[in-house]
Design a protein around this ligand. Structure first.
Ligand code: ADP
Length: 250
């Protein structure tokens, strides 16, 4: 059966475990970005659950806990976390420096020190589709190339056995077809909004606008092999991550 035909299933929840952390900027912030290093990184200490080599695509709304899930994975197995938002942020930095950002959007988009004026860009990008498209045209080629390289390396047997793809437009650009498993991180809107407000200083309206630039969450949930319920405690999430990883067992 093709993965896309399979119904999503929730990972069973065994015993609780540790804690998690935060990440950063909003998805679709086309060129938006997320905190941790753009370079996929193997954790210092991974518990070593038996897993086969696999690419896991992460799906879920802003503030649902995708970065938190990545970190929980990396504490348990050797994993590389690919953060497309971080790639996009770096690509935008380059475009600000070499003048392409000012050419595409106007001088308002670049600070005097030739860094992107992210606040102004974000404010416009999610109100004006043309600005979002222009940003995507600037950053997507570089981001896509880096993702393709990471996938290719993984397929060639290089690096950690698990590659986690935290890519806001994963389904929209067809990367879901390159994944061995899709995990949807689920949390009620009000919980996500509270997290997004605390961590990203985004209002519910900001979150809605950013998510409007992506495929609907229902569609993403329906594509998933595993649904992780992150409406509760971190310990409950960690337990589900552990169970989900066991489904990738060797
Ligand atoms: P995403 O990557 O999906 O935008 P994050 O993983 O960055 O979401 O989580 C958003 C914020 O919520 C972070 O500050 C994170 O530490 C926090 N968080 C995630 N899951 C939980 C949870 N179960 N309980 C409490 N805080 C959580």
């Amino acid at each position: 059966m093709k993965r896309s035909d399979r119904p999503a299933k929730s990972a069973p929840a065994p015993k609780p475990a540790a804690k998690a952390r935060a990440a950063s900027a909003p998805a679709a912030k086309a060129p938006a970005a997320k905190a941790p290093a753009a370079k996929a990184s193997a954790p210092k200490k991974a518990a070593g659950l038996p897993v086969r080599r696999a690419i896991v695509g992460l799906l879920g709304g802003i503030g649902s806990g995708k970065s938190t899930v990545s970190e929980a994975v990396a504490r348990r197995v050797k994993a590389s976390i690919l953060d497309a938002d971080a790639f996009a942020r770096e690509a935008l930095d380059v475009c600000a420096r070499d003048g392409r950002l000012a050419d595409a959007l106007g001088s308002w988009a670049v600070n005097a020190d030739r860094t992107p004026n992210r606040k102004a860009i974000a404010a416009k990008a999610f109100d004006q589709a043309s600005v979002l498209r222009a940003l995507e045209r600037l950053t997507h080629p570089a981001v896509t190339a880096r993702i393709e390289d990471a996938i290719e390396d993984h397929r060639m047997g290089k690096g950690a056995p698990i590659l986690m793809l935290d890519v806001p437009l994963l389904i929209e650009v067809g990367l879901d077809r390159r994944c061995d498993a899709l995990w949807f991180v689920d949390a009620p809107d009000e919980v996500r909004f509270a997290r997004a407000r605390a961590r990203l200083k985004l209002t519910p309206d900001d979150v809605r606008k950013r998510e409007a630039a992506q495929a609907p969450l229902d569609r993403k949930r329906a594509r998933a092999d595993v649904v992780l319920d992150n409406g509760g405690s971190l310990a409950a999430l960690e337990a589900q991550v552990e169970a989900a990883l066991r489904t990738l067992g060797a």
